[in-house]
Design a binder for this molecule. Structure first.
Ligand code: GUN
Ligand code: FE
Length: 441
């Protein structure tokens, strides 16, 4: 039981944020927010004093603010050493020349431990308290990632990557057969269950077909069955590139999303990365299945060469969160991705002044606000994973970050403070991070 006294911002809807200037955030022994107490509440002084006496009070300064921890809804843990490299290559060439050779190295579990411990720590420093990870095909390394999450105190959703299509994966890095891909996935599910027996912050195994081209139909089918049997989340990529869409059309005579659906992979616990080229029918399908999209705005600049129309996704009531897509994206920071989400949306929008010119060069009403991008990084990601986190509300997990303004002269309104925090926060100005009420940074 701990009490944080100070100001906070929390998302309320996809376009609005609530601000409280002076509250007590009371955290129970299980790591949940059990009460928010405003300064005019008759209990305020008493709760504050008894927390202070018990050495459980954290009183923030005027330039510090509490935000929900972020949820990275799509990240490739093994690609961390390549962050920033080869961003100019087309997706399939980048996979073959940079990504698969690096991922193959996780055969070496010591290498995996080194990278994964560094990455999990880096993400926590950047305010990411939950992450939905792709691992590699190697379960010893995937387990090392889960152990790193437990040790550092991060909530990890982790997938053993399944990829067995000999036409689209190299001999040095693929599952030997559909049977192996499915068996190893099932083995990893049991390994995570074992690990959780002693873990304070629980980890979740995720069914992870890399994407349609990497998998044989037998693997897609078997993984769809496992997702149902174990009631586990699913993650993959959907309609990220023309090449990927073309593969589904030429091999299955269907759209990429329809292939995933045919194998039972679009569930209400599924998260599909990118989705930049999904059409209206696909959005309707995602909506019917309650499948989420992980928006990866930095990565999409490089590999998608396209902008996800976030407002259209929201208008179709499709769940959506934010991902870094390391190393398709170069940055481990969701703050950077919040900024890019806003910037990309503005480049998609119709930027013409109608009074002066009748020419339209974009898509009307595509711009999103920084509040919407913040919603994606918090409540949107949480809803996608069925988690009670991403909001500062009683009954929600105390996954929190305490951030400082980068300047001693605070902006003059809550909206301006919020924008300053979204645009200027770096890991150096994130003072403390909590997962389930436990301080992890
Ligand atoms: N599609 C299949 N694998 C990958 C990957 O590792 N990164 C991205 N961005 N897209 C993919
Ligand atoms: Fe990806």
């Amino acid at each position: 039981s701990r009490v944080i006294e100070g100001a906070y911002f929390s998302p309320t809807t996809p376009t609005s944020v609530t601000y409280q200037s002076h509250q007590l955030i009371c955290i129970d022994n299980h790591g949940y927010i059990d009460r928010l107490v405003t300064s005019d509440d008759p209990d305020f002084d008493q709760i504050r004093q008894s927390a202070d006496k018990a050495n459980k009070l954290l009183s923030l300064s005027d330039t510090q603010f509490v935000l929900p921890g972020f949820i990275d809804l799509h990240i490739h843990a093994p690609q961390w050493p390549n962050a920033g490299l080869a961003l100019d290559r087309p997706l399939n060439e980048w996979l073959d020349t940079y990504t698969f050779p690096l991922e193959a190295k996780y055969q070496d579990t010591d290498f995996a431990k080194l990278v994964y411990s560094d990455l999990v720590d880096e993400l926590l420093r950047n305010g990411t308290t939950t992450a939905l990870y792709f691992g590699t095909i190697h379960n010893a390394a995937n387990l090392a990632l889960a152990q790193a999450c437990v040790e550092h105190g991060q909530r990890g959703f982790i997938g053993k990557v399944a990829m067995d299509n000999p036409e689209q994966t190299p001999a040095y890095y693929r599952d030997a057969s559909a049977q192996v891909a499915i068996e190893q996935t099932e083995q990893f599910i049991h390994q995570i269950a074992d690990l959780n027996k002693t873990a304070t912050v629980k980890q979740t195994a995720v069914i992870t077909p890399r994407f349609v081209p990497s998998c044989t139909p037998a693997t897609l089918k078997g993984l769809g069955q496992l997702a149902k049997q174990y009631d586990l989340p699913v993650q993959s990529h959907a309609s990220e590139s023309d090449w990927e869409d073309g593969f589904a059309l030429s091999h299955y005579h269907m759209r990429d999303a329809e292939v995933l659906d045919q194998y039972g992979l679009l569930t209400d616990k599924a998260v599909m990365a990118h989705g930049t080229l999904l059409n209206e029918d696909d959005y309707d399908l995602f909506n019917r299945r309650q499948t989420a999209i992980a928006h990866c705005p930095i990565s999409n600049v490089y590999f998608g060469n396209a902008v996800l129309p976030v407002n259209s996704v929201l208008a179709h009531h499709v769940k959506i969160g934010l991902g870094t897509d390391i190393s398709g994206g170069y940055s481990p920071s969701l703050y950077q991705n919040i900024r890019q989400a806003v910037m990309s949306s503005r480049q998609l929008t119709d930027g013409v002044d109608h009074a002066l010119s009748p020419v339209h060069r974009g898509v009307a009403d595509s711009s999103i606000s920084v509040k919407t991008a913040f919603y994606l990084a918090t409540a949107g990601g949480a809803a996608s994973l069925h988690l009670k986190t991403g909001q500062i509300t009683p009954g929600y997990l105390a996954d929190l970050q305490i951030v400082s303004l980068p300047t001693p002269i605070p902006p003059d309104s809550a909206d301006n403070i919020f924008e300053k925090l979204m645009y200027q926060t770096t890991k150096q100005t994130i003072d403390q991070v909590f997962v389930q009420g436990i301080r992890v940074r």
